[in-house]
Write a protein that binds this ligand. Structure first.
Ligand SMILES: [Zn+2]
Length: 457
């Protein structure tokens, strides 16, 4: 195996060669930021926010109008709290305003187009410059650093590639990077993945929560061990407690959760103490009370890295809350917690009742006879649990699912028909994810989980 320092230098050289050297320079600056005392971080964040606001109010037609309508002078902007004077930027506004959200100062031909996924909603299009994209990737890389994964250490990535990554895995002894296609979690494939991991000895595995969970159960079933893995990083989907426990058991490693969205790939990431630290230099996050019961608040984010298409008070569709105090790890980036993830994970039932889907999937996580499952809301009065049983446990899965469905029936009344279907595989989305819930009921409901762009160290 190539030593870590040499591999790190090789990765930098290769990235520089293909125009991606910016992420390494940005990473150094962001690591320095994360080492600052909190007061200095907040000062710097305020300075960056004021610069972004002035830029948006003077060079972006939509924001110029918004400031004029609200009779606001961008030069009066002093504090993060001043954001509350501005309107909330919704996905509908982004669709309707289009180019009016772009800065007149940027060369439009040089912009990188990004699209959000979505199974029912039309995709959302937004733009970044190459330099902004490199900054975003650097923030993702810093998330790994906060979890103790150093640049150049071997990594495995489980992602929606939609094809086997033969070449990439062939040169893994040199690059230290393994790639697994989240689309193809068959037992045979996963056996090969475990072989690869045992040979290349990655210190970190990262990928979608759902895919990590499937692989972890497979590893447990095979009683395989992966002593090299120290950290499993879960990204791009809400990570539930039951999943976290099983992933830790399967991989025999600490799980860290990373929060981001397609628009701003890394907003927060967990350290090894299990605290989720906000990337204060990447975004301002507001937690807004919208009269929904419970401790979590609606997240509005203002990206401090987006100048081509400023995202200010953007309603990303997540719920979370700020946590006071500091973490024992020594990093003073402020803390937050995700409680339920996507706001849209709510089913409307015929009674008019709206039920958070965790009511359905929490009991299903306790069924260790299942490899994986998906809850499909096929009609207002029809909910189907599609499940893949573990090898040779089909009969047990069928019995235990029937018990769970009987319990659903007595909780939610006879107006909803609950059914179970045992299958061999559950189809993945275009990006290789497997949403825990899907719905064909509401047109205006997006069931997609956040899609993010990721880089490895
Ligand atoms: Zn910490």
């Amino acid at each position: 195996m190539v030593p870590r320092a040499a591999r790190s230098a090789l990765q930098r050289s290769l990235d520089t060669l293909i125009g991606q050297g910016g992420r390494h320079r940005a990473l150094n600056a962001q690591l320095e930021f994360a080492a600052l005392p909190r007061a200095a971080m907040l000062d710097e964040q305020r300075t960056r926010l004021r610069a972004l606001i002035r830029h948006a109010a003077t060079t972006v037609p939509y924001w110029r109008d918004a400031f004029a309508d609200a009779k606001l002078d961008p030069n009066d902007f002093r504090e993060v709290d001043d954001l509350a004077q501005l309107p909330i930027l919704t996905k509908e506004i982004i669709r309707a305003e289009g180019d009016r959200l772009l800065s007149e100062r940027v060369n439009r031909r040089a912009l990188i187009e990004r699209r959000t996924g979505g199974s029912t909603a039309e995709p959302l299009v937004f733009y970044v410059t190459r330099a902004e994209y490199e900054q975003q990737i650097a923030t993702s890389l810093r998330g790994f650093a906060l979890a103790g994964v150093r640049p150049g250490e071997p990594l495995g990535k489980i992602w929606g590639y939609n094809r086997e990554q033969r070449l990439g895995n062939l040169i893994a002894p040199l690059t230290g990077r393994l790639f697994f296609d989240a689309y193809q979690t068959t037992p045979e494939r996963m056996d090969r993945w475990v072989d690869h991991m045992q040979r290349i000895k990655p210190v970190c595995i990262y990928g979608y929560a759902s895919a990590l969970h499937i692989v972890a159960r497979h590893i447990s079933d095979r009683r395989a061990t992966l002593p090299s893995v120290r950290v499993v990083a879960s990204t791009a989907e809400k990570l539930f407690d039951g999943q976290r426990r099983e992933i830790e058991a399967g991989f025999g490693a600490k799980v860290v959760d990373m929060y981001g969205c397609h628009e701003v790939p890394r907003l927060a990431s967990e350290c090894l103490e299990g605290s989720m630290h906000m990337a204060l230099d990447a975004a301002v996050m507001e937690f807004v009370d919208d009269d929904t019961p419970g401790p979590s608040r609606r997240v509005l984010l203002t990206s401090l890295q987006s100048y081509a298409m400023p995202l200010i008070r953007y309603d990303v569709g997540d719920r979370a809350r700020a946590i006071s105090g500091t973490c024992t790890c020594g990093i003073e980036l402020p803390l937050m917690a995700m409680d339920v993830g996507k706001i849209h994970h709510v089913f409307a039932l015929p009674s008019g009742q709206r039920v958070h889907t965790s009511a359905f999937f929490k009991p299903l996580y306790t069924l260790d006879c299942l490899t994986t499952f998906q809850i499909q809301h096929r009609a207002l009065d029809h909910i189907v649990v599609v499940a893949v049983p573990r090898p040779d446990r089909g009969a047990e899965a069928s019995d235990r699912l029937a018990e769970v469905l009987r319990a659903f029936g007595s909780t939610f009344g006879p107006s909803v028909r609950f059914e179970a279907e045992l299958v061999d595989t559950i189809p993945k989305t275009a990006r290789g994810k497997q949403p825990i819930v899907t719905s064909q009921v509401s047109e205006d409901t997006s069931w997609a989980t956040s899609e993010t762009s990721e880089a490895t160290t």
